[in-house]
Design a binder for this molecule. Structure first.
Ligand code: ADP
Ligand code: MG
Length: 344
């Protein structure tokens, strides 16, 4: 009886165990099925994400391209404006050089006629005194007609004007060349403090003896930039400072590094105690060909070029000036990702 009960209990236990195993197997199957599905879903999602990533990459490239196009068209618009004003500025001296040369050609013709007549008068072939007298009278008449004395004075001043005009054109062309200098493309890590020192050395002959240079150079990290273009810009700022000073000059060059949010910035300041700029003119000084200097001494292209160089470095330029006290130009250059800077 007991044995029977035992075997029934064993059988029940076995059946239960079998059922439990079956259930466990089914559960396992279900779970692995779910896992399989989840894995598949994950795979699909990963694939989708990859596709989205690729699309995003494509969009970034498109954005990069349109940014480059925009920068290029802005550059072209600026160049277009510059070309128009250059044409105007060059046309003026070309105009008076041409009319002066036309007058000089006329004068030359008159001079040759007079010379020919003079040669005839002194020629041994003329034996008759009466003929010689006649020729002398003709010479006098001719000299009067062409106003020979005035012509001699005028020739010198016409030539002087031509030389002045040519030198004006040469200055404009030299300044313009700094806009498209081959060094434009030589971007490298630059020590700004060293560059400023080089610039001052370069301008030493121009810096009047009564002008002192004061240095206040802070620690700067190397900055990825175009050394040639930046040097040209600093030289322009320095020369303007020199020109603004009549006596007891002091030019201060200072640098420091600062942080604006995540952005590290190099600040370069060139200040002078020169004649300063009238407030209403501050808006004009960066315009091409704006100059207050005497004819032949300034082209008015310097600050325009400085601004374009600073903008090419994604930077900013600020100016503060008080008439009679001095001027201070501040250049702010951001430390940019090398890859991004190359595009500018
Ligand atoms: N440091 C300065 N002090 C006083 N005036 C200045 C200074 N820098 C620039 N300017 C004014 O801005 C004008 C334009 O400067 P710029 O573009 O370099 O042309 P330029 O030097 O050929 O005149 C100058 O003629 C001058 O009137
Ligand atoms: Mg200048």
């Amino acid at each position: 009886m007991i044995n029977m009960t035992n075997s029934t209990a064993l059988a029940t236990k076995l059946v239960r165990e079998q059922i439990a195993r079956k259930q466990a197997e089914t559960l396992l199957e279900e779970k692995s099925m779910a896992l399989f599905r989840a894995n598949q879903e994950l795979h699909q999602r990963a694939q989708k994400l990859t596709e989205q990533h690729e699309q995003l990459n494509l969009k970034v490239t498109e954005l990069d391209e349109s940014h480059a196009q925009l920068a290029q068209s802005e550059k072209m618009a600026a160049i277009g404006m510059l070309v128009a004003s250059v044409a105007h500025e060059i046309n003026n001296p070309v105009g008076f050089i041409t009319s002066n040369l036309e007058m000089l050609a006329d004068y030359r013709k008159h001079c040759l006629d007079i010379l020919k007549l003079q040669e005839e008068i002194t020629s041994p072939h003329i034996t008759s005194e009466q003929t010689r007298m006649g020729l002398i009278q003709r010479l006098e008449r001719m000299k009067k007609e062409v106003d020979f004395d005035y012509m001699q004075e005028e020739t010198a001043s016409l030539l002087e004007e031509c030389l002045l005009g040519a030198s004006r054109i040469r200055n404009i062309v030299t300044d313009l060349m700094s806009f498209t200098h081959p060094k434009d493309i030589e971007w490298q890590l630059v020590d700004i403090n060293e560059l400023l020192q080089k610039t001052v050395k370069l301008a030493f002959n121009e810096i009047k003896f009564q002008t002192d240079i004061q240095w206040d150079l802070g620690e700067l990290d190397l900055i990825y930039s175009s050394e040639g273009r930046l040097g040209q810009a600093f030289l322009n700022l320095l020369m303007n400072a020199v020109h603004s000073i009549e006596h007891d000059g002091l030019i201060t060059l200072s640098t420091c590094m600062t942080q604006e949010g995540d952005q590290k910035i190099a600040i370069i300041e060139i200040s002078d105690n020169g004649n300063g700029i009238v407030e209403k003119d501050l808006a004009l000084i960066f315009e091409p060909f704006y100059t207050t200097k005497k004819k032949g001494q300034g082209t008015g292209l310097g600050l325009h070029m400085v601004k374009s160089v600073v903008q090419n470095h994604a930077g900013k330029i600020e100016v503060k000036s008080t008439q009679g006290e001095g001027t201070s130009f501040r250049v702010l250059l951001p430390y940019k990702d090398i890859k991004n800077m190359k595009r500018i």
